[in-house]
Design a protein around this ligand. Structure first.
Ligand code: FAD
Ligand code: SF4
Length: 567
């Protein structure tokens, strides 16, 4: 280790800076679409426009995890000729759409005709969203966008008037104690006329911007789910390319919203996943173990006989919809994609809206730049989205999540279906626009109010433990760095969360990052909260679900995190 330098000294070292017209944070579908559309507009007018995208993953796609069944209206808008591009990784049209209610030992299929057409997957594609972003990145670069993978945007920069004037990337080569090592490199200041936050669900800088500018004032609290996913190579006779299956019910009880997806991709691959809504109440619930249990259902397990698991990961998914979208614009920047929560929860789809919001943001930012404006608020983008295709998509399903929360899953699915029909047929709902219940972090009951859930042990063939799962997510962080899971008050896990809730972080974290370790294990005395930050798959669940709102997820050293292949 090199000579130590403490934090104040490090912060005294000036950062080098670079100036751009637009900085985009996050190379997901939203960020890349923003960048592509900006450069398209500049090319159409033979104008000069510098656009840079920073991405915390080691490469574009490394941190992208989705289902995914992709609705193509976003791509049709952004790149109308994408179907004739042989490299476009959308090769598997949906062929079959199956919806099942599971009970413990069986289940029944719901006829497709009970669902309004907005739920149909006809015309959609089963694909890897990570691979779509890799392909979009190539399109962006061909148009002259600069993309910097391996650089997390760690800080928002503000000008003297309080407007955002860009971002700073994180320092590299700082050890656990905050002292610099011989690897030390100061982060860069990337300054821009406009900054687009396209960090996906619960973005760390988006969270700062939402708080600082009060973007959620007058909006409902954002709701989330945790989505866990595995990729399996299945036996050829069980593989049905384009088959899409969803289920609800078992193993979750009726008061816990969520369900499964199974998507048959190309090349014998099947994407299987499970979403648990983060307003669950029982602190002994483990979304990871519910997912493992789901695979053992008699109607499901056969698919995985003779199959091999090839990858694993998890990611939060926004589910508040129409009511929860914050104000999109603030001085110097905007929110796009899932940073704004543009997911249609009934369809478990957000990638199409991520692309559409990137296009919409780019068009309004371009207009502002063309008028010679900079670092002000692009209000026209905020004013436009509710009338756009994104608004229409979210409006029709706005009561689905509140109905699930209020009525439980079984009755909620029926009532939500009726409400969607009403919106589709009459353009309105007799229920108006319903409110969400409490924020997700406030929904847990105390340990003494619930029955403890006991999960079966994994068999290592169909069901797994967390550590072997993290292994196949190829997660990697520099170990000697300051923790990127920052406790506002380090005493809370043991002194509050443990007695009241059994410290639920041990269970909701899908990557075994949090542990309670006892000085005397048998007597359960001397508890200590341990953070194995190197396992973190960047799902952001802890930032959302901690009942004391005590965990702040911040960007680790750039390039750290999962290395998903084709999730
Ligand atoms: C389990 C699951 C299943 C889903 N299934 C579907 C589906 O079938 N169909 C569908 O359409 N949608 C689905 N979705 C939703 C869909 O994945 C999202 O709507 C979509 O990914 C949102 O795109 P985005 O660009 O806004 O964010 P993301 O795709 O999350 O991309 C954000 C990018 O920004 C990067 N980033 C974040 N913060 C920083 C930072 N500070 N600095 C630098 N880089 C940063 C991230 O590493 C990431 O690469 C699913 C989601 C989940 C979790
Ligand atoms: S530490 Fe937080 S963000 Fe990381 S995997 Fe666990 S719950 Fe997800």
């Amino acid at each position: 280790m090199g000579e130590a330098m403490d934090r104040p000294e490090r912060e005294g070292i000036e950062r080098e800076g670079m100036d751009f017209d637009v900085i985009v944070v996050g190379a997901g579908p939203a960020g890349l679409s923003t960048a592509i559309r900006l450069r398209q507009l500049a090319a159409e007018r033979s104008a000069d426009l510098s656009v840079v995208v920073v991405e915390k993953g080691s490469e574009v796609g490394a941190h992208i995890l989705s289902g995914a069944v992709v609705a193509t209206n976003g791509l049709d808008r952004l790149l109308p000729d994408w179907r004739s591009d042989e490299d476009a990784p959308l090769k598997t049209p949906v062929t079959e759409d199956v919806f099942t209610q599971l009970t413990e030992k069986g289940g029944f299929r719901l006829p497709n005709r009970v669902f309004p057409s907005l739920m149909s997957n006809h015309g959609n594609f089963v694909a890897s969203l990570a691979n779509i972003t890799r392909w979009l990145a190539a399109q962006a670069e061909a148009l002259g966008v600069e993309i910097y993978p391996g650089f997390g945007a760690a800080e928002l920069l503000f000008d003297d008037h309080g407007a955002v004037r860009g971002v700073a990337t994180g320092d590299m080569g700082v050890d656990k104690s905050g002292a610099v090592t011989e690897r030390f490199t100061r982060g860069m200041e990337l300054r821009a006329k406009y900054t687009v936050l396209a960090e996906g669900a619960r973005g760390s800088l988006s969270k700062v911007a939402i708080k600082r500018f009060g973007l959620d004032e007058g909006r409902q609290a954002q709701k989330y789910g945790i989505g866990l996913k595995e990729l399996w190579q299945v036996q050829p006779d069980k593989h049905k390319p384009g088959r899409v299956e969803h289920s609800f019910g078992w193993p979750l009880d009726d008061s816990t919203a969520g369900g499964s997806f199974i998507y048959h991709m190309e090349d014998g691959l099947v994407s299987v996943g499970f979403v648990v809504h983060l307003d669950y109440q029982n602190p002994t619930l483990s979304p990871f173990d519910e997912f493992q249990r789901f695979k053992t259902h008699p109607m499901v397990r056969g698919l995985f006989e003779g199959a091999k698991r090839v990858s694993y990961g998890a990611r939060a998914i926004a589910s508040g919809g129409w009511q929860s979208v914050p104000r999109l614009s603030f001085p110097g920047g905007v929110l796009a994609g899932c940073s704004a929560g543009f997911v249609n929860v009934a369809r478990i789809k957000g990638s199409h809206n991520a692309v559409l919001s990137g296009v919409l943001a780019a068009e309004h930012i371009y207009e502002a730049l063309s008028a010679g404006r900079a670092n002000d608020e692009v209000v026209a983008y905020e004013e436009a989205w509710r009338e756009s295709d994104i608004g229409k998509d979210l409006w029709r399903v706005r009561n689905v999540k509140p109905l699930w929360s209020r009525l439980g899953t079984r009755a909620g699915v029926v009532a939500g279906g009726a409400d969607m029909w009403s919106n589709q047929l009459f353009g309105r709902s007799p229920l108006g626009t319903m409110k969400h219940a409490k924020p997700d972090w406030a929904s847990l009951k105390r340990l003494d109010e619930v029955t403890t859930i006991v999960y079966p042990k994994p068999d290592g063939i169909l069901t797994f433990d967390r550590l072997s799962s993290v292994f196949v997510s190829n997660t990697n962080h520099e170990e000697d760095q300051p923790p990127h899971l920052v406790l506002k008050d380090p005493s809370i896990p043991v002194e509050r969360n443990l007695p009241l809730y059994g410290e639920p972080a041990r269970l909701y974290c899908p990557a075994a990052v949090f542990e309670i370790v006892y000085a005397d294990e048998a007597a359960k005395t001397g508890p200590r909260f341990v953070i194995n930050a190197q396992n973190c798959v960047h799902c952001k669940t802890c930032d959302i679900k901690d009942p004391s709102q005590n965990i702040d997820w911040v960007t680790p050293e750039g390039g750290g995190g999962p290395n998903y292949p084709n999730m």
